[in-house]
Design a protein around this ligand. Structure first.
Ligand SMILES: C[S@@+](CC[C@H](N)C(=O)[O-])C[C@H]1O[C@@H](n2cnc3c(N)ncnc32)[C@H](O)[C@@H]1O
Length: 183
């Protein structure tokens, strides 16, 4: 009996240590190494984009680095017909997003892949909420791949060198007023 208890204890220790290592490794990868925290856009920012009817009601909307896909699900719930595809490389937001898609029976597709693989040329709208240092490269990628007329929304940070057609404001993730750049 005592041996069985020891065995269970050792098994528990091994499982806990492995899980912790996996979680820490993922956190390191997402928040420190890549330097892009999986922070969702604020509700007011996404609601502002919806209320201002920035995106075309029909056609593909992409979220480049979609986290849990929350913003796309909110846009879908607001009555947009989609399709909707979010690209996300980090494991946990991806898994949580897939779970919420299943719970909400949402048509939002979340792909665990670098967003450079997204079908930019088919998009009617592109949403992004990324760190400023990524935006020059992402802007270049969009210019090269997306068709003219695609609506691009950059939440909280502007794409350097691009001239916004509209500028909206809403409370951002830091609770301060944030800008939303529409191109
Ligand atoms: C700040 S979050 C934004 C989440 C979501 N777009 C939103 O507004 O709620 C940025 C996400 O982009 C992801 N990401 C960063 N670079 C990426 C890349 N090259 N391909 C796919 N996802 C990426 C990060 O893992 C992170 O979850």
């Amino acid at each position: 009996m005592i041996y069985l208890l020891w065995l269970v204890l050792i098994l528990l220790i091994v499982l806990t240590t492995t899980s912790l290592t996996l979680i820490l490794n993922e956190m390191w990868r997402v928040t420190i190494k890549r330097g892009v925290p999986a922070v969702s856009s604020s509700w007011p920012v996404v609601d502002k984009v919806i209320k201002a009817q920035v995106f075309p009601r029909e056609g593909l909307i992409l979220d480049l680095g979609c986290g849990t896909g929350w913003a796309l699900r909110r846009i879908w719930r607001a009555g947009y017909s989609g399709p909707f595809i979010g690209y996300e490389t980090a494991l946990w937001p991806y898994l949580i997003g897939r779970f919420w898609n299943w719970i909400t029976r949402s048509p939002v597709k979340i792909v665990r892949q670098d967003f450079s693989a997204a079908p930019f040329e088919q998009a009617s709208g592109i949403y992004l909420f990324l760190l400023p240092r990524m935006l020059p490269e992402v802007g270049k990628m969009i210019k090269e791949k997306a068709k003219p007329g695609t609506v691009v929304v950059s939440a909280e940070f502007e794409i350097p060198g691009w001239e916004a057609k509209r500028l909206l404001e809403a409370r951002g993730v830091t609770r301060k007023l944030a800008k939303i750049f529409i191109y």
